[in-house]
Design a protein around this ligand. Structure first.
Ligand SMILES: C[S@@+](CC[C@H](N)C(=O)[O-])C[C@H]1O[C@@H](n2cnc3c(N)ncnc32)[C@H](O)[C@@H]1O
Length: 243
């Protein structure tokens, strides 16, 4: 059975304009579950912008997190999910295509990234996804108005050590407001000197690392794409410290 294939008459015009625009490349990702449900697939299409800035294209971490989302699709269906630092929003789009109620966010100072969030939703026929400006370490009014969240997604948001604590401050705020929520995040190991461990202790957060082979992400090619390649990526689930 095909769960939700990318077809979309609605977004045909937009797809066509992106296809004709030399500033965009459309990346297609197909998720499958050969072991549990052979034949069940999900195809999503992500417009990438030909621009070297962060947030303009899919990072290796995003494919790994999207694979984790795909593998937990039954659990996510009907749940409320917020993605932070979403950029072109692959994990969030997969969550929404699997039935989650999705909110996307990126820095309020990067309107082009917020536009990428909207464009990815349109490209996948997702209407009703709210996009908000959320700069790490800040608490904009929109954040206070969000409904109860079950899952927060963050792919490659720990890429600059100067921002690590701000990312976690945002997560701590959200986990205090939504005590049952979990933060699903992927981290690309770029330097042995970087770590979030001390900060996790300081902010009283628990963290478990999920081995990639547990969700079939231990491969250089995923979702019919050549990402994540040879990068070292870790999948973590962060929650409020209990007890
Ligand atoms: C390395 S990119 C990852 C993008 C996307 N999550 C992915 O994995 O494909 C980092 C993202 O964080 C966003 N970002 C950078 N600084 C930020 C800040 N201070 N607050 C919120 N988002 C920020 C960038 O705009 C960008 O989308």
């Amino acid at each position: 059975m095909e769960l939700c294939k990318f077809t979309g008459k609605l977004n045909f015009k937009m797809q066509q304009s992106i296809a004709e625009d030399p500033n965009f490349v459309r990346k297609v990702f197909t998720f499958e579950d050969k072991k549990k449900n052979p034949g069940e697939t999900l195809t999503v299409s992500i417009p990438e912008v030909l621009d070297p800035q962060y947030g303009m294209y899919v990072w290796p971490c995003a494919v790994v997190l999207a694979q984790f989302v795909w593998k937990h699709r039954e659990e996510l269906s009907g749940k409320t999910v917020l993605e932070i630092g979403a950029g072109v929003s692959l994990p969030g789009v997969v969550a929404a295509r699997c039935g989650a109620r999705l909110f996307l966010s990126d820095s309020s100072e990067k309107p082009s990234c917020l536009q990428n969030c909207r464009r990815s939703c349109e490209a996948n026929g997702l209407s009703g996804v709210e996009v908000l400006g959320l700069s790490w370490g800040e608490v904009p009014p929109d954040l206070l108005l969000l409904p109860e969240l079950e899952v927060i997604l963050g792919s490659d948001v720990f890429y600059d050590p100067e921002d690590f604590e701000d990312v976690l401050v945002t997560i701590v705020f959200l986990l205090r407001k939504n005590p049952r929520a979990r933060f699903w995040t992927t981290y690309q190991v770029r330097s042995a000197d970087w770590s979030i461990e001390v900060l996790l202790r300081r902010w009283e957060l628990d963290c478990i690392q999920v081995p990639l082979d547990q969700f079939d992400a231990d491969k250089p090619e995923l979702a019919a794409s050549s990402l994540p390649g040879r990068h070292t990526i870790q999948m973590m689930i962060i929650t409020k410290k209990h007890g």
